[in-house]
Write a protein that binds this ligand. Sequence first.
Ligand code: G6P
Length: 362
Amino acid sequence: ARVDKGGHKHFMAKEIAEQPVAIDRALRAYLGSEDGRQLPEDLDFTTVDRLTMVACGTGYYACLVAKYWFEQIAKMPVEVDVASEFRYREPPVSPNTMGLFVSQSGETADTLAALRYMEGKAAQIVGLVNVQESSIARESDVVLPLHAGPEISVASTKAFTCQLVILLMMALKAAQQRGHPLPDGLPEDLRALPGLIHQCLSLDAQIKDAARDLAKAQDIIFLGRGVLYPLALEGALKLKELSYIHAEGYASGELKHGPIALIDEKVPVVVMAPRDALFEKTVSNMQEVMARGGKVILVTDAEGARVAGDGTHEIITMPQVPDALAPILYAVPAQQIAYYTAIAKGTDVDQPRNLAKSVTVE
Ligand code: G6P
């Protein structure tokens, strides 16, 4: 069937708005609901001594988030790389390595080549793909479909959040199989995600305001720490892809090792900081930015806004969420910032110049 924009101006807007439904589908497929469906039984982490995750673009950032989860929750050694590097750097692979390949299309040439490299080393191959009839799905030992539904816009949105949700469920399963306690409230809290994402969608009025300012900038920096660091990378990637404004994502702790030299009143800084254990540290990095005249757009929760909102240029107030779920929720403002900045600039949101949805050549 032909997919249409369902009344939205762009496929991207439609796909952002579909996230509560898409995530609900992914949860139902794997969380073990009334119908008993759950993660595939042959997804077995018990004898895995190393998890290697490989992807390109936005999928790579999903892997970077998942690295924190697999390490912290399942206590597994994790390696993450972009496929174009992994495939040529001749990494040693033990037979007890699990190779996890994350790809919306299932056809990205570099990711497929990386998969074949690992397969040649007798590692267990797991594919997390949106398109079920794809090369990566066919060549994986275990396939997990994303259930995001067709994604048309070049910039990935609902596939990214579905990747995150499923990767978190996988980390929880790994923890269980390896005898580690699950974080408080999980996996039950996952069921609240569709509703929470829905709440985030209504923040778009605030984000439109911020975007009008961002559209005037030449450079924009995104900062995050811990599990929000990859979200800073993703926010910057989306923004540069869609609006053609130069954007860089940085780990907040690295600010003083370089990017702080760029800060003046013309460089807006988007700070992704839920009130988690690392909040105070991120806030002190944010204050270093403000002390140099930098305009801060703080994405945080109500408590974060209350304690650290002073002096910021704009605050986007997110719902309160358990720490592990924050990167899934903060993906929404990252997407909307890019979307509305592109609208303010008048660029082609669904088909940004020079980019392709699926890169099937090297
Ligand atoms: C292209 C797309 C991105 C995507 C990346 C990886 O660059 O424009 O949106 O994240 O490829 O694609 P994949 O299908 O492997 O997830």
